[in-house]
Design a protein around this ligand. Structure first.
Ligand SMILES: C[S@@+](CC[C@H](N)C(=O)[O-])C[C@H]1O[C@@H](n2cnc3c(N)ncnc32)[C@H](O)[C@@H]1O
Length: 236
């Protein structure tokens, strides 16, 4: 699969408001203290664990791993440019909190099985895994026609992956993280041109151009919607 480079690059996903709101959600699930060891799989620019580090001043800096190293990756964490499975196979470290946010769709079913087995093994006593993924039904991500088709296909795949994860984890709790997005049409068009979401990665320039024209005519100047993630919460 092509790589995603603009996911959290100056989008609502990197905004202070989003990170703060996500943190508030995490606080409902996780007992934070400065002793816990945190791993973020597919961390992107590491905005989330960087925020956690600022808030909690963990004795062990959180570790973020990703196959892509972006220019402005946060500096107050330990970043490792490596494939998740490779890292988990070779590390001796164990963690109290493992985050996997909006990353499972990059894995095949087989690889995901391996990933889940490995993360379970890498948990400390009372450790916790939090997996986040786009809500698969009735998703509100603003899309042009072809984008919608690809998005629905990708969400169908996610649904299968989520089923697999639930089967593997056996005991888990499900909840939803909702974030109200209000974004100007021009900014959203920039995000589309930057192929901010994986369902756009294989689009040709011509297809993106056509999509942008559609967005220009179909959406109001300010686009409002709720970005909803399913959260699978597993505790050892
Ligand atoms: C949609 S982004 C999510 C970034 C971040 N978790 C967030 O929610 O803001 C998915 C990330 O997973 C990374 N990724 C994909 N496959 C990976 C793998 N096999 N190992 C580690 N990271 C991977 C991508 O490079 C990308 O940065």
């Amino acid at each position: 699969m092509k790589t995603l480079r603009n996911w959290d690059n100056k989008t609502w996903l990197s905004s202070n408001k989003y990170i703060l709101s996500f943190y508030k959600f995490l606080k409902l699930k996780v007992r934070f203290n400065n002793n816990i060891k945190v791993l973020d799989i597919g961390c992107g620019r590491a905005n989330i664990i960087s925020f956690l580090q600022r808030k909690h001043k963990f004795q062990n800096k959180p570790i973020g791993i990703d196959i892509i190293k972006s220019k402005n990756t946060k500096k107050n964490i330990i970043f490792k440019k490596i494939d998740a499975i490779k890292y988990l196979k070779k590390t001796d470290e164990k963690f109290d909190l493992i985050l996997i946010k909006q990353t499972i769709h990059f894995f095949s079913k087989n690889k995901l099985n391996i990933l889940i087995d490995l993360v379970k093994k890498k948990l400390n006593k009372k450790g916790q895994i939090l997996i986040f993924s786009l809500k698969t039904k009735n998703n509100k991500i603003p899309s042009f026609k072809r984008m919608k088709i690809k998005l629905i296909l990708s969400l169908k795949k996610d649904e299968d992956l989520i089923k697999k994860i639930k089967k593997k984890l056996i005991k888990y709790k499900i909840s939803h993280f909702n974030f109200k997005v209000s974004i100007s049409k021009s900014k959203y068009i920039k995000m589309i041109k930057n192929k901010y979401i994986s369902c756009l990665l294989n689009f040709s320039r011509k297809e993106i151009k056509k999509g942008v024209e559609e967005v220009k005519s179909d959406f109001k100047n300010q686009i409002n919607f709720t970005d909803t993630l399913i959260c699978i919460n597993y505790k050892k």
